[in-house]
Ligand binder design. Structure first.
Ligand code: ZN
Ligand code: ZN
Length: 242
């Protein structure tokens, strides 16, 4: 199996704290949003896709609006998506029967036209940043799947904080072959058993000064992040379906 840049990125990320797949996927989303703002705002296809998705999802909008350096680029994208919404709100067919009065009549509570209009406002495409996130998660977990004999990769994995539960599940859904599966699961068990021992050590010392000093002092935080994934990992959301 040929190695890629993602392979080397994964090995490097295993040397950093927390789940390596979380770290790399969130990095790639951040890069995508930067590119969206600084490189793609004049790309017609990207602009149209942003219109169809009605902008970004709630989570990625929160991330996107933290960029402060390109107000014109962000304004172009927002203008396109808002224009799309306005276009859907006032389709010619709704106005035929009497202008705005006709629209108000059509939007009476319980009228099926209001449900149809709600449907018209629904995104026509998934959030592109979510798609970037899911692609990245797939790209990095498949590396562990595809290199069962790679001692360098497996050593880096063993020495790491392990995968979070969402990314271990993603790896398992890729169905690694039985011998490799056993190695992956045993590695993850070792890592989580060490973490559980740190939690127990912390509980044993709780209330004493030494509880603050040891490596176990932040074990509860590391454990919680490995259970849920880093903030920004959208494990509960399936990839967008039309
Ligand atoms: Zn993760
Ligand atoms: Zn999103």
């Amino acid at each position: 199996m040929p190695v890629t840049q993602a392979y080397f990125d994964l090995i490097d990320a295993f040397g950093e704290p927390g789940c390596a797949v979380c770290r790399l996927a969130l990095r790639d989303v951040q890069r995508y949003l930067e590119a969206l703002l600084y490189e793609y705002t004049t790309d017609y296809d990207v602009y149209q896709a942003f219109r169809r998705s009605r902008g970004l999802c709630n989570t990625h909008t929160a991330q996107f609006i933290r960029f402060t350096g390109s107000a014109p680029g962000m304004s172009v994208l927002a203008h396109g998506a808002l224009s799309e919404i306005l276009q859907q709100l006032e389709p010619p067919s709704l106005l035929k029967s009497g202008g705005r009065a006709g629209l108000r009549r059509l939007l009476a509570p319980g009228d099926s036209a209001s449900a149809a209009l709600a449907q018209r406002l629904a995104p026509r495409a998934g959030c592109p940043a979510c798609a970037t996130l899911h692609d990245a998660e797939q790209r990095y977990t498949i590396i562990l799947h595809d290199h069962p004999e790679d001692t360098r990769l497996l050593a880096a994995y063993r020495a790491s904080d392990g995968l979070c539960v969402p990314h271990l599940r993603r790896l398992l859904r890729q169905e690694p072959a039985a011998p490799h599966l056993a190695v992956l699961v045993a590695t993850q068990q070792d890592i989580w058993q060490r973490l559980r021992a740190e939690l127990e050590a912390f509980l044993h010392k709780d209330g004493s000064q030494s509880a603050q000093a040891g490596s176990e002092s932040d074990s509860r935080l590391r454990a919680l992040l490995l259970l849920a994934g880093q903030p920004g990992i959208l494990e509960a959301l399936e990839p967008w379906q039309p």
